[in-house]
Design a protein around this ligand. Structure first.
Ligand code: ATP
Ligand code: MG
Length: 265
């Protein structure tokens, strides 16, 4: 068995691979010492490959490791494998890894290049949710957000143009949270606020992705990272916004395991 571990800022992703057998697992990165003990006791004979921001820490503590990869290289190797398996045949594309923060890359037949980053990512989603409604449980946040409505929170382009013709689609967000100042906020529910938080993160990263794709002469924007996981609100906003701008969003199943898988490859 080969075990690939991507130890990120928030979550540590583990891929167990043995021939055709594959299993993925997520751990909280704060539980990394428990994970190390588990690997040492339950998989003493297996090969362990590491990547991610906390890989060096793990390498120091584990009794063995068979290689530490640079996060961006490992992630790209894993991503290409997952894309091929999911029938997404792209050579030239941009991709966004929406982790704790977000990193932006472009890819071609020559490989990948990291072209930027943003502090807006999954950590923002959790942090703002906690500040605004006191919830920091990811699963609670995404499911509650799905029942909300952010219309009274976000200012849309058509709000500003007030019925007059708009130069860009009226339904685009002109200002995330920009409607709060004039709106009826007494009636807002936690679900509405959570949906607006996800909207802010989704639209910010997608806007950068769209600009990057335009500059790189592609329409394909690939999204990975645990912030997408099961996150219906985020996925819908990404797909819709990219579509409105003539781009195509590809959200990769198990994309958050790209680094863990790629560490083995
Ligand atoms: P980075 O790559 O920036 O170092 P990371 O690898 O830990 O960070 P990901 O695992 O891709 O990042 O994404 C982390 C984000 O995923 C969290 O900030 C949160 O929004 C979301 N998330 C998804 N599932 C969970 C979960 N079970 N617990 C906590 N956060 C989760
Ligand atoms: Mg990561």
């Amino acid at each position: 068995m080969k075990i690939g571990i991507d130890a990120g800022g928030t979550l540590t992703k583990v891929a167990y691979v043995d021939g055709d057998y594959r299993r993925f697992e997520k751990w909280k990165s704060t539980d990394v010492d428990t994970l190390i003990k588990m690997i040492d006791s339950q998989y003493p004979q297996d090969e362990v490959f590491l990547t991610g921001g906390k890989a060096e820490y793990m390498a120091e503590k584990l009794n063995r490791n068979h290689g530490v990869s640079i996060e961006f290289d490992a992630t790209y190797r894993g991503l290409k494998t997952l894309m091929a398996e999911q029938g997404i045949a792209l050579e030239r594309f941009v991709y966004l890894n929406v982790g704790t923060g977000t990193s932006f890359h472009h890819a071609s037949s020559k490989g990948q290049k990291r072209v930027g980053g943003s502090g807006v990512g999954g950590g923002t989603l959790l942090g703002l949710s906690k500040l605004l409604v006191g919830i920091d449980d990811y699963n609670k946040i995404i499911h509650l957000a799905d029942t909300g409505n952010r219309d009274a929170i976000d200012l849309k382009v058509h709000h500003i143009y007030n019925g007059r013709p708009t130069p860009i689609p009226g339904d685009l967000t002109a200002s995330n949270f920009g409607n709060v100042i004039s709106g009826d906020i007494e009636s807002l529910e936690p679900a509405d606020k959570l949906q607006a938080v996800i909207g802010l993160v989704a639209e910010t990263v997608t806007a950068i992705g769209i600009n990057l794709a335009e500059g790189y002469d592609t329409k394909d924007i690939v999204f990975i990272g645990s912030t997408l996981f099961d996150n219906k609100v985020m996925q819908e906003i990404i797909n819709r916004y990219a579509g409105l701008k003539g781009a195509k969003a590809h959200i990769i199943d198990n994309g958050e395991y790209s680094g863990a898988l790629g560490a083995i490859l």
